[in-house]
Design a protein around this ligand. Sequence first.
Ligand SMILES: Nc1ncnc2c1ncn2[C@@H]1O[C@H](COP(=O)(O)OP(=O)(O)OP(=O)(O)O)[C@@H](O)[C@H]1O
Ligand SMILES: [Mg+2]
Length: 455
Amino acid sequence: MTDRYAVVWARTGAAPRKMGQLVATGREMRFSYVPEFLEQTDTAGLSLLLPPSLWRGRPFVHASTEILPLLPRLMALIPGRNANNIQRRLYTSLLAKRSNVPAPGFETEWELLMLTGHNGIGHIDVFPDDRAALDAYADTGEPKKRIGSRSEFWRMLKEGTDQDFNQEALDIMRLIGPTPSVGGQIPKLLVSIPDKPGWDGSLAEPGTRKIDGVPYLDVVMKVEDPQYRGLAALEALCLDVHNELGFEVPRHWRATIDGLSVLAVERFDRTPAGTPVAMESFFSVYATGQQQVRTMTDAEVEGVGLMLLKLAEIAPIDAAAARLEVYRRFLMALLTGNGDLHLENLAFLGGPEKVRVAPVFDPAPMRAWDRHDLVSALPFYIDEKQPLGYSVARVGESFGLSRAAAADILQALLKATGNYSERVLALKDVPEVNRKNLASRVKSLLARLIKGVGP
Ligand SMILES: Nc1ncnc2c1ncn2[C@@H]1O[C@H](COP(=O)(O)OP(=O)(O)OP(=O)(O)O)[C@@H](O)[C@H]1O
Ligand SMILES: [Mg+2]
């Protein structure tokens, strides 16, 4: 393979800025900041671990592997490798039409990055060259399109995309934009919806601010996969439960469009005016710092607490607040039967002046499905000689809490989520078997937790 080049730009604040250059050889990928970017102080860099002020002109080298062919931070900009991912299906079929079809693996991922690597989640945009960047930023587009519920778009989502692609598919790609997902289970789109209390399912291109006088806002829209019937209702319940307990939770809406159940969640990586806010997953921070971290479960819960402390040495993050927040999220994941709180479901938001843990996202209680019935996606140390609550409180020590303080937090959350199982059982949109599974799994875990923290 010949060397490949690309440029990285960033869009926060006033105007887009060039951040750096990428060179890929197939075996490794190198990134370096351009001198102009090093002179500014208002735009966050490529990763919290590569702050421009410290990294300066040195290249960051990533050794490509099968799982992580590209820099971890950039993997988040391409559609996940999962058969259900509609963006991936659309874009790979577009690549297959080229005269020299890219080989599977690195070449395909690289070409996908060139196609989908901009205007996604966060503030980082990748383009083949500066001209493409300037063109993309200059494109104010045609009037934003609104799509009706019976559109081609929904037909494609429902029936799959095996047909030959044409202009219609290109229009759909423009509408659905780049992917917001890393290997997610369910199809997701970045779109805008009317900013109103109720949602009738109408959609427009991401970035749309107004149609016929009605304000629009950017959302991540998750389309329920028939394999996981009830997921949208369960995820919405968990967003509500977190919200009621004072966690920062984005607004969300549910609708049924042409028989598909969808959940729209307001994007927190955009300001109300639509300006991108830097966002980086915990996974990206881990995998940038340690080559042996390959997947989103390659860390222990205790290690996450220690990582936050270390990160505060180079990033402007309030370590105590971040550690308390993440420990509370970990407890909530146990108490709601989430089982899926891994390094891609936690993120950092903001920068460069201040970084914090992003609001709650993807709190879906996956233990409702047998094949996802895990107490915790990330392992933690369990002392088999003690009740479970003891070990869970001890995890708090890695988050800067005494065991007693952690036990108090656990006890308070146990109390506050006391009626969760009943709320699950009352959800009519969820198949009974999944409601019952989730409620009984949560109840039996609660019984084990309560013992460890005393009355
Ligand atoms: N409200 C939001 N604002 C900004 N970014 C978001 C928001 N919700 C999700 N994201 C981003 O989109 C990615 C995918 O979303 P999410 O985690 O909800 O779905 P998923 O992991 O693909 O779904 P599942 O775990 O159900 O398969 C997240 O990792 C995060 O980067
Ligand atoms: Mg997720």
